[in-house]
Design a protein. Sequence first.
Length: 527
Amino acid sequence: MTAVRRAGIRNAVRLAAIDIGTNSVHLVIADVTRDGSIKVVDRMKEMVRLGHGAFRTGRLGASQTALAVRTLSSFRRLATTRGVERLRAVATSAVREARNGSAFVARLRREAGIPVQVISGAEEAHLIYRAVQHATVLDDGAHLLVDMGGGSIELTLVQDGKPGWYRSLPAGVARLSERFVAHDPPTAREQRVLAAHAEDVMRDSLERVRRVGVVRAIGTSGSISTLVSMVRAADGDELARLEGAAATRRELTRLRRLLTSTPAARRLALPGVDAKRNDLLPASAILLDTICRLGRVREVRLCTWALREGLLLELAGVPTTRTARAPSARHRSVAALTKRYAGRNQHGVQVARLAVALFDGVAGELELSDHARELLEHAALLHDIGHAISHDRHHRHTAYLIRNSELLGFEPLEIEVLALVARAHRKQVPKPSSPELLGLPERTRHEVRALAAILRVADALDRTHFGVVRSLRARVGADRVVIDVDPTRQSAELELWAGERRTESLARVVGRPVVLRVKRRASGARR
């Protein structure tokens, strides 16, 4: 019996991906299904700084290559222990350009027992695109994918969910910092020269981006994650998850000014800083700010999937989809989470169906959007996953799992809405004055209370978990809301009783009484 089967994951294969970058070497081990669901089993990372001095001398340093060999040997042992069935290791910019890169790869095979492929910049960009289009939303306009590595920067212009072009440019943060930054913090002249060089390298590509008019940039590298985290931390936001976190161009420009005028020792005290990237932060901030300015990018949003996840998807033979529509990415992520904690989740599916039907009847009166409808459906599917932890307070466990699991394709605010709505399916709907709502935008506060009220009624109408209610129809009248319930031939008495006890919150939101009626049947259902 394989390790994957022991973990209880059906139709999954245990795979490993190794990314040998200019700054760091990463390993990720995961169980991957054919539909692209990735459950991470283990991760390892070592800041090898393989590119240190390499762009100046043209050769990988002896101490760095020795550390890389030791690191890859440890990765191989961990992969064996974890029962990995297939592994792929790739090397990028630093190895690609070094005169002794081939000798380094041969040494890794000989001493670490791992065959390494040196991939081109275009293939690197394609693998990153493959991961991002699987994990997030790219069909709401043009997007620029940005991966700021140590040696190179990969840019991909995506239109209608498909890549328009890939660019791999020699403008990585370690390369630029080593070449242009000699002081800490960098002098004004060093900043100007670095920015001017970055502009020369990227101008043609970013002029095309500017002409298209991208909706946003999607950042996938550790450097960008650190910068966005620092922006959010400066505003007092504690990021429980990086996925979907964003920073505006104006915020990133302010951060650039701060990082390029603050010595390294003081930078370490800044909120959200990554100490291991501290020396590269000024160059990183200048480079990202230059990209935003030249490409007229208004916002940078993080995606935690990148090269390594692209390798895993390729290893698993996951088909490349032509578009990454929001429902597919989000539904896939929600389905994976419900399957993990709730199995077939028949009750969740039934509640989601009833909740959407109830939403359709009252959305006009409550001025709720199609986007709110989608969030309600996801919250309904997820609302009972907390039972996997404990029956007592399972609604709170559900909220915890939603906030702390890898739900891809959602922005942080959407995750918070899902958590609050799902948590409120039992006990109380949050009051307008509750602290957890006061931190949200006014429109979002209204949506949370309305969606929670709808979910409570829908959940009650499957009180027995037997799928007794075949369908429902809600109508908003001048003096009341009427919900007509069509049951199967089984008795719906318990569902009606539970539903009537849960209408109070919906009545408050709608501003009129809510009446439940059941369709008369020969078997004697009440009206």
